[in-house]
Design a protein around this ligand. Structure first.
Ligand SMILES: Nc1nc2c(c(=O)[nH]1)N[C@H]1C(S)=C(S)[C@@H](COP(=O)(O)OP(=O)(O)OC[C@H]3O[C@@H](n4cnc5c(=O)[nH]c(N)nc54)[C@H](O)[C@@H]3O)O[C@H]1N2
Ligand SMILES: Nc1nc2c(c(=O)[nH]1)N[C@H]1C(S)=C(S)[C@@H](COP(=O)(O)OP(=O)(O)OC[C@H]3O[C@@H](n4cnc5c(=O)[nH]c(N)nc54)[C@H](O)[C@@H]3O)O[C@H]1N2
Ligand code: SF4
Ligand SMILES: [Mo]
Length: 682
């Protein structure tokens, strides 16, 4: 029994093997996270694990060509370069990107290597480009940046609002449960510029223009206050700063907001009052909220909406981010971020710095914040960052503005890529280290509802590869730091001594269904957060007002590039596609397509199936048109699963003002019919 490596639902899997090979995967009926269900990725998309494309030897690039090397040669090569750069330019000339696809224990070791062995806080992970605004926004409002409730609460709610998330494709097992609820009695609200599958069943679909969430949420808050539908008792006893917030909201002009969002204000009022008047209302949100210029503020307004109606701290409600990667919650919990170490402790606080140094038996952990991922790229281009070690993240294909990312990769003196496959990023590496997949190692993943679950080794690592944790341990030793061999249970024990909310998490104690953090020292876990007080210092939830601002992208380029392209995901493929493109799923879905409405197609002389050139101020890509009623005029959408298209060539450097999450969801562009494939990478 193990845990799926794809999305944050964290489905339990039962893997059958014969002669050391995987034959099939089933879902255990009694699994609390998925009750016998999986989607087609968890059950069928495992054949990547022994695919002939797996990298099975360390590789060092010499004269532009990769050459096979022994592990010792690779480690020595890396260690020499790291020592040299530490001596010449200091530890801040080195950075690491840890993988949210890998277990907690491997993430913990990676951030420990960067902090305690190299001596810098330059460590980050894909949460930066994903839900970093969720973590920050919810920390500001409630004191804790994680989902407040559990998926089983779907049985206890009578209103569900889904904002900027498309769970029937991206979190299919949870998506199916939400869809069932939509088809039954709950009042349902979808806030999405696309007519996603759930929108077909929703009581209200608020089909806003991308980049206007703040305006739309302010409308909802306005109508709730205007109708005096707020929960006075909850506001008075559990929150602060409401009066100033209320005054700001009531100052807003609803007609102007109707124009900004493109959504009928009466429809917004009805939806807002349905949410406010429900006994228990549950919010779910995704990247349509976070990957924006005002991402963190949107999360704060979502939190405001829960507090103003008292929908927090009880069953069937709460603020529930649908976390993306299988272990992105865990990567952040383990400290794979530049401002907080393992357990979210503030690295700039000298007493915390002392605590980490004592625990790691070193004096190297610094107390200044390190680089976030976009800052790493800027520092590489500026010549300040010399070496970068990336584990399981294909930044060239998935970070915004591909040409800039490639420039950053090529500016480094040392790029270490630890991967299963020769990804677009790995092609730029100086050294490639062959890691092992989730099926070949132990550890724990933490799903979107804070559930820490055991990942059990099913087969031996493919010959020539090693568990990522063991690779990190061996590099630690090469650099002179004493660390025992990797085992999931062994590292978990170390983690439980430093991460407060893992205090009672033991390998045995996690059992088959895992535990939801915080896990108390006696082993009891927590389904529901904030029942009595919030985690902020004074125990109160914080109301914050924020006025809507136009996205910088549209402000700067909207005139010359009148269309907006946003991103979605498809069920069959997963992010950069390195894994799902090497399974049977590629026979079901073979390419990224450009979603557009019939009106825009006609206007541009484009027919379904034609190739379209989509051009932004950063570059252009060619994608096949798919004419659909999902989109409104002026708005386009596509996926980013195939390197043949490389959608991120056109996405921008604009990002959330607070957490630096890229603004993938609002890209100004123009379109024209194109003859064939464009040499996108030229
Ligand atoms: N099959 C599959 N599953 C996945 C993934 C995958 O690649 N494939 N990736 C995983 C990862 S890493 C993540 S983070 C999650 C992401 O899962 P989701 O958060 O669901 O991500 P997206 O589908 O990218 O975006 C969600 C929705 O936001 C909408 N949107 C765009 N702009 C706006 C806006 O301005 N406002 C609002 N309200 N909505 C907007 C889009 O139309 C889209 O329907 O999925 C995970 N699961
Ligand atoms: N345009 C656009 N771009 C986006 C987004 C968007 O909405 N729009 N969404 C963004 C989001 S939310 C995210 S999270 C990122 C995701 O972007 P990535 O993190 O780059 O995507 P993944 O496909 O999850 O890539 C993980 C890599 O890890 C490798 N891997 C998997 N398991 C292991 C392991 O155990 N060990 C090692 N060493 N490697 C492993 C896989 O082979 C794969 O190459 O993309 C972002 N990019
Ligand atoms: S829903 Fe998510 S966790 Fe479950 S099988 Fe599908 S991809 Fe895996
Ligand atoms: Mo993500």
């Amino acid at each position: 029994r193990t845990i799926c490596t794809y999305c944050g639902v964290g489905c339990n899997l039962e893997v059958s093997t014969k002669n050391g090979k995987i034959t099939s995967i089933q879902a255990p009926y009694e699994a609390e996270a998925n009750g016998g269900h999986t989607c087609l990725k968890g059950r069928f998309a495992f054949k990547f694990y022994d695919h002939p494309d797996r990298i099975t030897s360390p590789l060092i690039k010499r004269n532009g060509e990769f050459e096979e090397a022994t592990w010792d040669e690779a480690y020595d090569f890396i260690a020499d370069k790291l020592h040299k750069h530490i001596a010449e330019s200091g530890p801040d000339s080195i950075a690491g990107i840890s993988s949210a696809r890998t277990p907690n224990e491997e993430n913990y070791l990676m951030q420990k290597f960067i902090r305690a062995v190299v001596g810098t806080n330059n460590i980050d992970c894909c949460a930066r480009v994903c839900h970093s605004p969720t973590a920050l926004g919810m920390q500001r409002a409630f004191g804790t940046g994680a989902a407040t409730n559990s998926i089983e609460d779907l049985d206890k709610t009578d209103c569900i609002i889904v904002i900027g998330a498309n769970p029937t494709d991206a979190h299919p097992v949870t998506g199916a449960k939400i869809k069932q609820k939509f088809m039954q009695s709950v009042t349902s609200i979808v806030v999405d510029p696309r007519k996603i599958e759930l929108a077909k069943y929703a009581t209200y679909h608020l089909q806003l223009r991308p980049g206007t969430n703040v305006a739309l949420l302010n409308m909802m808050l306005y109508y709730i206050i205007d109708a005096d539908a707020q929960d006075h008792e909850f506001i008075a006893s559990r929150t602060e700063d409401f009066e100033g917030f209320k005054a700001e909201i009531l100052n807003l002009d609803m007609d102007e907001h109707e124009r900004i969002t493109g959504v009928d204000k009466n429809l917004v009022r009805e939806a807002a009052l349905a949410y406010a008047n429900a006994n228990a209302a549950m919010e779910f949100h995704g990247l349509g909220v976070t990957e924006h210029y005002q991402g963190t503020f949107t999360v704060q307004l979502i939190s405001d909406l829960a507090m103003i109606t008292g929908n927090i701290g009880k069953p069937g409600c709460g603020v529930n981010p649908l976390r993306g990667q299988n272990n992105v919650q865990g990567a952040a919990d383990m400290g794979a971020q530049p401002h907080q170490g393992a357990g979210y402790m503030d690295v700039t606080d000298p007493s915390i710095q002392h605590k980490y140094n004592t625990f790691y038996k070193t004096d190297k952990v610094p107390n200044h914040i390190g680089y976030k991922i976009p800052e790493m790229f800027n520092a590489a281009i500026a010549g300040d960052l010399k070496a970068l070690w990336i584990i399981g993240e294909d930044v060239v294909q998935t970070d915004p503005n591909t040409n800039k990312v490639m420039k950053a990769m090529d500016a480094l003196d040392l790029l270490v890529v630890q991967e299963l496959f020769m990804t677009e990023t790995a092609k730029h590496a100086t050294v490639i280290l062959p890691g092992a997949s989730f099926l070949e190692k132990d550890g724990t993943f933490t799903n979107g509802e804070r559930r820490i679950q055991r990942v059990n080794k099913v087969v031996e690592p493919l010959p020539g590869t090693k568990a990522d944790g063991q690779i990190i341990v061996e590099m630690m030793r090469k650099m002179g730091y004493d660390q025992p061999d990797y085992s999931g249970a062994g590292v978990l024990e170390e983690v439980s001594q430093i991460v407060p909310f893992f205090a009672g998490a033991t390998w045995e104690g996690l059992g088959t269904n895992g535990l939801q953090w915080p896990v108390k020292p006696d082993g009891t876990d927590t389904q529901l957060l904030h029942t009595e007080v919030f985690k902020r210092d004074n125990g109160l939830g914080l109301f914050t007002f924020k006025d809507w601002e136009e996205s910088r992208e549209v402000e700067k380029h909207g005139k010359d590039y009148p269309y907006i392209i946003t991103t979605n995901r498809e069920l069959e493929h997963y992010n950069c596609g390195a894994m799902t493109r090497r399974t049977g799923n590629v026979d079901i879905l073979v390419e990224d397509v450009l979603l557009m409405c019939a009106e825009d197609a006609t206007k541009n002389n484009i027919e379904d199936g034609d190739m379209v050139c989509v051009e932004s101020p950063r570059g252009k890509v060619d994608i096949k048109a798919r004419v659909t009623d999902q989109m409104k005029p002026g708005i386009l959408s596509s996926t980013f699963h195939f390197p043949e298209v490389m959608l991120n060539i056109i996405t921008s450097d604009e990002h959330d003002t607070e957490a630096m999450c890229p603004e993938y969801k609002v890209v100004s562009c123009r379109i024209r019919k194109s003859k064939g494939k464009h040499k996108a990478m030229a």
